[in-house]
Ligand binder design. Structure first.
Ligand code: AHM
Ligand code: MG
Length: 327
């Protein structure tokens, strides 16, 4: 992973050693989380609340354990000013006087954790921003647009452990090689085809959707004889990492829109550590990411746990969905 990223940086913007060390720290944290996830119920409680194990010890949930691993390893990096985690309400400041050049890392330590109980793929999502100037620690100081991300990625804990990253020079996929312990390049220059015949959405929310989303899915379901003139396939992993990984591998479109059931919160998925990093990866792979009304990465955050409508994947398909919103 380091070789590939260094080579890309060497050929373009110049080598960013601090970023490389931070990416290595994140990869180490992901390797350790992968190890705990692989141990399943032996590693801690899966999706449920804290309980006592047979020895009467309190077991923590795996997403809390994953957050602690990430904090311990990535939070120890001397250039990290702050961590923003799905698992922690407040910003976790690591420096009292953050300087220009310091990093803010936004992350979801174990996304899709409801899948743990049923032994399906989960992942860790991360987003990295570099401060342009010194700041005073305050929640507003980390409310930075996705367009300012300098790197993003995710680890996927599935049949194998993968790491997919971008530092703004395309997207590369790596597979953890258990023998060497390294992430080796297995999916160079991942690219999303502009057209697709596969969509991903939780269709049980049909009655809650806005008209443009309902129109789009209705048309997909009508297949070759409908207005789209082609047959669509459907997938829904209930794990954003797994769904996005499939889209980066073979194309498709993913929707978790704001609907009448989640509108009060602004949607389901979180802007800063779910939608922005996935949006950057998808755009770097030639796809598009939108709220339906504009680019996700241009949404101005008003809170670090803010939620947002998410539509991303194959470019032409996202354009169709955006046009229905516009109409
Ligand atoms: P989480 O961060 O609490 O795990 O929630 C995010 C997950 C995504 O990975 C996935 O796309 C979505 O929630 C699934 O939601 P649903 O259960 O409504 O289908
Ligand atoms: Mg999540």
């Amino acid at each position: 992973m380091t070789q590939t990223t260094l080579r890309q940086q060497f050929q373009t913007t110049g080598v960013d050693t601090d970023l490389m060390i931070l990416m290595e720290d994140i990869a180490t944290a992901c390797r350790m989380i992968a190890d705990r996830v692989r141990h399943g119920a032996f590693a801690g409680v899966l999706g449920a609340a804290e309980t006592e194990n047979v020895q009467g010890e309190t077991q923590k949930e795996l997403d809390v354990i994953s957050d602690e691993i990430f904090q311990e390893i990535v939070g120890a990096n001397p250039n990290v000013a702050a961590l923003v985690s799905e698992e922690v309400d407040d910003v976790n400041w690591r420096k009292v006087a953050p300087q220009a050049g310091d990093f803010v890392v936004y992350y979801d330590p174990l996304d899709g954790s409801s899948n743990l109980d049923v032994n399906l793929s989960v992942g860790t999502i991360f987003s990295i921003v570099r401060l342009g100037a010194a700041i005073t620690p305050a929640p507003e100081a980390v409310q930075i647009k996705g367009t300012d991300q300098i790197a993003a990625g995710y680890a996927i804990y599935g049949p194998s452990t993968g790491l997919v990253i971008t530092t703004g020079h395309g997207v590369d996929g790596f597979t953890h090689h258990p023998g060497s312990g390294e992430f080796l390049l297995t999916q160079p220059e991942m690219s999303i085809p502009s057209e697709t015949q596969e969509f991903a959405i939780n269709a049980s929310r049909y009655d809650l959707w806005d008209a443009p989303v309902r129109q789009y899915i209705d048309e997909c379901l009508r297949g070759a004889n409908g207005p789209r003139g082609k047959k669509f396939n459907m997938r829904w992993c209930a794990s954003m990492v797994a769904d996005v990984h499939r889209i980066l591998t073979r194309g498709g479109v993913f929707l978790y829109p704001k609907d009448s059931g989640n509108a009060g919160q602004g949607g389901k998925l979180r802007l800063m550590y779910e939608a922005n990093p996935m949006g950057m990866l998808v755009e770097q792979a030639g796809g598009a990411s939108s709220t339906g009304y504009g680019r996700i990465m241009e949404v101005a955050p008003t809170g670090h746990h803010q939620r947002v409508s998410v539509i991303l994947g194959s470019r032409d398909e996202v354009a169709v969905i955006e046009s229905y919103h516009k109409d």
